[in-house]
Design a protein around this ligand. Structure first.
Ligand code: PLP
Length: 342
């Protein structure tokens, strides 16, 4: 039996493609790839990768080998950003993806297994994953067949001196390895300008409608919209309260729709009393606490709405992030498993 879910995530494929095309243009001469880790930032990795591959995207980045295996049927060029554990060897040797080797141990493991095309992550100051610039200068990568040499920016969404320092450290490795390509910029890094683009950029957030730097907003469109079905419409008399801890009291008699969406679906509790549903340009406010599975909306302005109707939540990421204090990344990747997606 197939039961349709009472909540769905609308993924605007045209907007996704338009965002990739915009980021590709902004990347200048560099190719533009796509970070599709964390299930395509919550939108569905297969849907996203298929859509972008059709649009001409050629390089895809995931975090883990499990994520790479899930995309293997698509036959894409994949890079696993989190390197190569012993446990990953079989998948790597089967050619599912290229590992982004990030420690001397991983490099030794790859060489011992016979090597082949790989990527390498270099740490230029973030102190997260990657081999040191000094180790590369001293020959750690000599003889390795490197497709792409990667590094990652810690603060590309800010204008701080660290960006230029990381850029200089990475640029200093040009010509030092056999790497066919170099790649530094995430979404925000694309906005830092041409010097940061190298041969390949790897945006994630901006593909999905997140705005990493205000100056990029004009190029990007919203991609993800959560929608939920109304389970009950009720009339709340003046003076009565709605929801957990009775945080909202009806100032006047109010028409309330209870929709099938809550923080377990990624519609964050921080949007309590702040979020809105959007209907034909009209904003319908969220009232009271967002519950785990339910949210109350003031629908007094819309007598036509009834049990079974659908409401689309406003999910402009930059705006929702400012309102809720939750990062745009978390607003996307937290979108839950209960949505019908598409
Ligand atoms: C997640 C990630 C990206 C994409 O970053 P966004 O900020 O979402 O554009 C690129 N490179 C690496 C190494 C990452 O971990």
């Amino acid at each position: 039996m197939d039961i349709s879910a009472p909540l769905r995530l609308r993924v605007d494929r045209d907007a996704l493609v338009a965002n990739w095309q915009a980021l590709d243009r902004l990347s200048g001469r560099a190719a533009c790839g796509a970070a599709v880790k964390a299930n395509g930032y919550g939108l569905g990795a297969t849907l996203v990768a298929e859509t972008l591959a059709d649009a001409g995207c050629r390089d895809f980045f995931v975090a883990s080998w499990a994520e790479a295996l899930a995309l293997a049927p698509l036959g894409l060029s994949l890079c696993v950003l989190h390197g190569l554990r012993q446990e990953d060897m079989a998948a790597a040797k089967a050619g599912v993806a290229r590992p982004a080797l990030s420690t001397p141990e991983q490099i030794a493991r790859w060489r011992e297994s016979g090597g082949g095309a790989c990527d390498v992550m270099v740490d230029t100051g973030m102190n997260r994953l990657g081999v040191s610039v000094d180790a590369v200068a001293e020959g750690l990568l000599d003889g390795l067949e490197i497709d792409t040499l990667l590094s990652h920016l810690a603060c590309a969404d800010e204008d701080v001196p660290m960006n230029a320092r990381q850029l200089a450290a990475f640029a200093g490795l040009k010509g030092r390895t056999t790497a066919r390509r170099m790649s530094l910029a995430n979404s925000a890094g694309i906005g830092l300008g041409e010097d940061y683009h190298f041969d390949l950029t790897r945006p994630g957030l901006a593909l999905y409608g997140g705005v990493p730097r205000p100056d990029m907003a004009a190029h990007l469109r919203q991609v993800a919209r959560p929608e939920a079905q109304i389970l009950q419409r009720r009339q709340v008399p003046a003076g009565e309260t709605v929801g957990y801890n009775a945080t909202w009291t009806a100032p006047v008699e109010t028409q309330v729709a209870i929709v099938n969406l809550g923080y377990a679906d990624g519609y964050r509790r921080a949007l309590s009393g702040l979020g809105v549903a959007l209907l034909e340009g009209e904003s319908l406010p969220v009232i009271g606490r967002v519950s785990m599975d339910l949210t109350a909306i003031d629908v007094s302005a819309r007598p036509d709405l009834a049990e079974g109707d659908w409401l689309a939540m406003d999910y402009d990421l930059a705006q929702a992030s400012t309102l809720s204090g939750v990062s745009q990344y978390e607003l996307l990747t937290g979108l839950g498993q209960r949505f019908g997606r598409g």
